[in-house]
Design a protein. Structure first.
Lengths: 114, 115
């Protein structure tokens, strides 16, 4: 079974631009979560989607948004990019919305904002 | 609120020796605990989890973890370390109660296994 895929793998953007990142979960997985990973802040939760509904949201500004499609694929968007948005963005999928379920991570998208 | 602490930023161990990576947690309900490993330029890989039952949980690649409720700990262990185990290890927790369903991760521990 194919793992979680994320596109693109690397991205360079300029301050003020916007960016869209894509995530395809493992086949059959219906829950998708997004995380931001930086050396200073570590792994921080952005949001979680299940059945096209946002179930949970982390403590990030409104510039960060996401959505999930009927095939469980998900996208996240960051508008008005800032230098501090440079990070590895990780997507994770799980079978369902249960708290005991483990998540499976994609390789991440490395975003650099200049 | 839920939280996780990994008190050691770096752990060095000689190949063939046992290894331990420490993790303590704080939740209001019962904890669901997870260990993940991250290799350079890769995403996180799931190693094992504790939900309920036996305090000793066995996972992938020979790793195991011991849940200790009184000490609120969930240390990762392996009887004999390999050089290929060198990576960044993350402990994570979810509270079984409350509205915060997201995984909260520790700050990570860099494990280096010396040949």
């Amino acid at each position: 079974k194919a793992g979680v895929t994320q596109t693109p793998r690397y991205l360079i953007k300029t301050r003020g631009q916007q960016v869209t990142l894509s995530c395809s979960p493992i086949s059959g997985h219906r829950s998708v979560s997004w995380y931001q990973q930086t050396p200073g802040q570590g792994l921080q939760f952005l949001f979680e989607y299940f059945s096209e509904t946002q179930r949970n949201k982390g403590n990030f500004p409104g510039r960060f948004s996401g959505r999930q499609f009927s095939n469980s694929r998900s996208e996240m968007n960051v508008s008005t990019l800032e230098l501090g948005d440079s990070a590895l963005y990780l997507c994770a999928s799980s079978l369902g919305a249960g708290s005991a379920l483990e998540q499976y991570f994609g390789p991440g998208t490395r975003l650099t904002v200049t | 609120a839920q939280s996780v602490a990994q008190p050691e930023d770096q752990v060095n161990v000689a190949e063939g020796n046992p290894l331990t990576v420490k993790c303590t947690y704080s939740v209001s309900g019962n904890p669901y605990l997870f260990w993940y490993v991250q290799y350079p330029n890769r995403g996180l890989q799931f190693l094992l989890k504790y939900i309920t039952g036996d305090n000793l949980v066995k996972g992938s690649y020979g790793f195991e973890a011991e849940f200790n409720k009184s000490q609120t700990s969930f240390h990762l262990k392996k009887p004999s370390a390999l050089v290929s185990d060198s990576a960044l290890y993350f402990c994570a927790v979810r509270d079984s109660r409350g509205s915060a369903r997201q995984l909260t991760f520790g700050s990570g521990t860099q494990l280096t296994v010396l040949p």
